[in-house]
Design a binder for this molecule. Structure first.
Ligand code: NZQ
Ligand code: ZN
Length: 388
């Protein structure tokens, strides 16, 4: 049975190969000073930067550069961004990039007018902003996180070896996001497949929880089938517009919180992956792929019927003459084959984890309680060892 819920997603999306022109409709809604947030330079190489600067200038905006946002943005970088925004009385934070730029822009947005230390307030104490929030807009260049249409913001603190996400209220969601699938064509294959797995896992996190018959699970199955299908095409031909557009749209659906309404969710793969990321700074999607199969095999007995359904509905496994355990395992094997086909990291040792890190990673793993098995510290360590 679906529980009670409310749903509001105020982000306006512009989707398609002509979507960038809609920046002209959005910009007049905000003041003159725009903080242009981007990463390490891919947008300068592929020409997106020039296109955006031209539109900003045509709209009479003053641009304050804030480049160098790293994958897995850090607390130190957040402080730099806050300073730029404060010094220049910024009216709009325009993030151009992947989830890291979007997440970072949200963190800056709630910190500019906040007198407290943002890491402590938002990422340790999980408090809500009480100050004025600077509006955020996004031009997405990588599909994966769903940050373009949600209130999530993940920040890494290397000193304390913690990577923590805060899901803010709807006032922190981007005011608008521009999604042009062609902008993702230049992504290196490693990043493309990591993003694809991130999408798939966001759906899994919301699917592998609860036993109810609910609409969300049917939608999730369709989204999973779509992303698996399109990923196989995109890996062969990264410039297949149809596949890249399906992947981009599925990413948004996977984490704009609609499919989680009214049902319980898991999120333990993300908690494990984030802690691995805090120790290794590895690519987010790869931290998830490297912990997923040992995790799902570990919890399978506790949620067997859902794993049977997953095997049949998502992977087309024929159940005739087989036990539930066999069907469920065949589903996970099919998923494993697909993951290997994409070239994802399948072990945490491949992405920089060494034996001496296991205890620290386990200590940094937040325990969520919505999955089929509520983990103890020993369960976390056991799964991490399986992932080596
Ligand atoms: O630095 P640039 O030049 O932008 O290069 C980036 C970066 O190196 C590159 N890239 C992006 N678009 C490109 C491109 N290269 C060529 N052509 C393009 N079109 O790709 C690399 C990775 O980018 P990044 O933004 O770091 O990736 P992603 O979108 O996966 O974001 C990862 C961050 O988002 C957080 C992760 O933890 C991580 O910190 N997440 C945010 C979530 C949310 N807001 O809800 C949920 C997720 O589960 C996730 O935790
Ligand atoms: Zn994710």
């Amino acid at each position: 049975m679906l529980g009670n819920f409310s749903f509001c997603n105020p982000t306006k999306l512009y989707f398609g190969e002509d979507s960038l022109q809609y920046l002209n409709e959005e910009l007049p809604k905000y003041g003159k000073n725009v903080q242009l947030i981007y990463g390490s330079g891919s947008i300068k190489k592929n020409g997106i930067y020039d296109q955006i600067v031209e539109i900003l200038r045509a709209n009479g905006k003053e641009i304050f550069e804030d480049g160098g946002v790293m994958p897995n943005p850090t607390v130190e970088k957040l402080h730099e961004g806050i300073q730029i925004a404060r010094e220049n009385h910024v009216d709009l934070l325009l993030a151009v990039g992947g989830g890291s730029c979007c997440d970072y822009a949200k963190a800056v947005s709630v910190s500019v007018n906040c007198e407290e230390e943002p890491w402590e307030k938002y990422y340790i104490r999980f408090e809500e902003p009480t100050c004025e929030i600077i509006p955020v807009g996004c031009v997405l260049t990588m599909a994966g996180t769903g940050s373009e249409m949600n209130a999530g913001s993940v920040i890494t603190n290397h000193e304390s070896k913690l990577k923590i996400g805060h899901v803010y209220g709807e006032s922190v969601m981007p005011k608008f996001s521009i999604l042009n699938p062609k902008f993702t064509f230049t992504l290196p294959k490693y990043q493309m497949v990591a993003g694809i797995y991130d999408i798939f896992n966001h759906i899994c996190e919301q699917y592998f929880s609860g036993e109810d018959d609910n609409t969300s699970d049917y939608i999730s199955e369709a989204l999973m089938k779509s992303v698996v299908h399109s990923s196989r095409i995109a890996v062969k031909n990264p410039e297949d517009y149809e596949a890249r557009s399906n992947i981009m749209w599925t990413a948004t659906w996977a984490l704009n919180t609609l499919v989680s309404r009214g049902k319980s969710t898991d999120w333990m793969v993300h908690m494990l992956g984030q802690s691995v990321g805090a120790y290794t700074d590895a690519t987010h999607g790869m931290t998830l792929s490297a912990v997923s199969l040992p995790y799902y095999r570990y919890i399978m007995p506790y949620g067997l019927q859902k794993f049977v359904r997953f095997a049949k509905e998502v992977w087309g496994i024929n159940g005739n003459g087989k036990t539930d355990e066999q069907i469920a395992e065949e589903g996970l094997s099919a998923m494993e084959n697909w993951m290997r086909e994409l070239g994802l990291a399948m072990k945490i040792s491949e992405i920089g984890v060494t034996e001496d890190m296991i205890e620290g990673i386990a200590n940094g793993t937040f325990i969520m309680e919505g999955g089929y098995k509520v983990f103890t510290h020993d369960d976390v360590v056991a799964v991490l060892r399986e992932c080596m």
